[in-house]
Write a protein that binds this ligand. Structure first.
Ligand code: COA
Length: 436
């Protein structure tokens, strides 16, 4: 018998089954043959929150959470952050290899020439309430692009798909900048094709009446590095949303909007906004021990700490800490950094956090940098969504071109009633208030 197998004995029937093991997994469908009788549906796995279920084969992003490793297409994140631009990394994530000089030039030109938003999109965004959350504006506007590009629904045509992918990567910063300026009541700044991806974004955010906006090169590079760190992160909540919604063959704008909606939650991309609120709540270094005590007593979570996969230091947090020092040389030190460092120091020495393998994640320091650059916390998740778009689209392409994939459709374990007798309206007894 091959060693790459698993033998299971069903104690209900005393029957044994041998299942193949491939890449350290068994196929869930192989369990279906395990039945107690001909009417039995067959064995399923129960895995709320996908704690131990691989939903796809992928060769985009590799994470080894125990060893703190993150690689895109085989390249360690630290190396990419040191040597590449975001658009170079986006090319890698999407196409599988780093571009040559010529390929990069063409890629940058193409992205640059798709940054404009249709005027109707601008008008659409002007309709948002003055205090609308920028992430909600981003999600809705990305979905609304589906009305501007109806041909995007031809998702089986690779050339069409690539066209929409370029549009999305290019337009995300333009939508984000418009959302930002809308919330401040400032007029929209059109993209400037002479500028790099991060500089153009900064230009659309912060240009006022000067004829030519000149971005600070240190801040532009820091933003680019932050974009690299956020480009993809394998099968997280939003990537899984992208794959699941995309598996119904919805168009890429609607699908990306769904992924961005998943990202907006405070347990996912929204955590960086929550970190800043938490640091505000703590207020000063002296209050850190009391705050940690409160968390340990079960009152809330330490935002920016912990990760479903990393049970060692998040490698992105290390690069961010390094980038923070460079940014603060330009902007001045964000006083919240001292609170964050003290929080990290105390938490990393504390038995509660050690035992649960809780370390700072990418969101712990990114918000502090963004704030020092002048962003309000509401913009933080938007800044996450811009670079993650390429990751979502790479996951989407991989899913669509994988012959094993079908429409995503999990099973359930039924815990409800057996068939019930219908009671006409007048004969029903009241439902207990607590059950409503
Ligand atoms: N602060 C305090 N305790 C935490 C914690 C945090 N940030 N994150 C997890 N824990 C505790 C849980 O309460 C649980 O304790 P218990 O075993 O006594 O019940 C234990 O650690 C395991 O946590 P669990 O919620 O099962 O981990 P998860 O893998 O489901 O959750 C996160 C992962 C990221 C959702 C979670 O760590 C979290 O909510 N972190 C804060 C939000 C955040 O920073 N998100 C950004 C992720 S990049």
């Amino acid at each position: 018998m091959s060693k790459e197998t698993l033998t299971i004995t069903d104690n209900r029937t005393s029957q044994s089954y041998t299942l193949p093991v491939e890449h350290g997994t068994i196929r869930a469908m192989d369990l279906r043959q395990i039945k107690t009788g001909p009417d039995d549906f067959g064995l399923m796995t129960y895995d709320p929150a996908f704690m131990n279920t691989a939903s796809c084969r992928s060769n985009i992003t590799f994470i080894d959470g125990d060893r703190g490793i993150l690689r895109y297409r085989g390249y360690p994140i630290e190396v990419l952050a040191e040597h590449c631009t975001y658009l170079e990394v986006a090319y890698l994530v999407l196409f599988g290899d780093l571009p040559t000089e010529h390929e990069l030039k063409e890629w940058v030109t193409e992205i640059t020439h798709h940054t404009m938003l249709h005027e109707t999109t601008k008008k659409f965004m002007e309709g948002f309430r003055y205090n609308a959350h920028p992430m909600a504006m981003l999600v809705s506007t990305v979905a609304a692009l589906s009305t501007v590009y109806p041909e995007a629904k031809e998702i089986q045509d690779p050339a069409n798909r690539m066209h929409q992918i370029k549009r999305l990567i290019a337009k995300m910063p333009s939508i984000a900048a418009l959302a930002y300026r809308h919330s401040l009541g400032f007029p929209y700044v059109y993209p400037d094709n002479d500028l790099s991806y991060p500089e153009n974004f900064m230009n659309m955010l912060w240009k006022m009446v000067e004829p030519k906006y000149v971005a600070n090169p240190v801040l532009a590079r820091a933003l680019d590095i932050l974009f690299i760190l956020h480009a993809d992160h394998e099968q997280n909540c939003s990537a899984n949303t992208m794959r699941c919604v995309g598996s119904s063959h919805a168009d890429p704008y609607l699908t990306t909007a769904a992924a961005a909606a998943a990202l907006s939650g405070p347990l996912h991309g929204g955590a960086n906004e929550e970190v800043l609120k938490m640091l505000d709540e703590i207020g000063s270094k002296q209050n850190v021990p009391a705050y940690v005590k409160k968390i340990k007593e079960g009152h809330g979570k330490l935002m920016g700490f912990g990760h479903r996969v990393y049970k060692n230091y998040d490698p992105r947090a290390k690069v961010i800490k390094w980038a923070a020092e460079r940014v603060f040389e330009v902007t001045g030190r964000n006083p919240k950094l001292d609170i964050a460092l003290e929080l990290e120091r105390i938490a990393l020495e504390d038995e509660y956090f050690i035992k649960r393998k809780l370390y700072p994640n990418v969101d712990f320091y990114s918000g502090i940098i963004y704030q020092a650059m002048g962003f309000r916390p509401e913009m933080f998740t938007v800044l996450f969504a811009i670079p993650r778009t390429v990751g979502w689209l790479a996951q989407w392409q991989e899913m669509l071109t994988d012959p094993e994939q079908k429409i995503g459709r999990p099973r359930q374990v039924w815990t409800g009633h057996e068939v019930r007798q219908f009671v006409p309206l007048k004969g029903r007894s009241p439902v207990a208030a607590t059950a409503r």
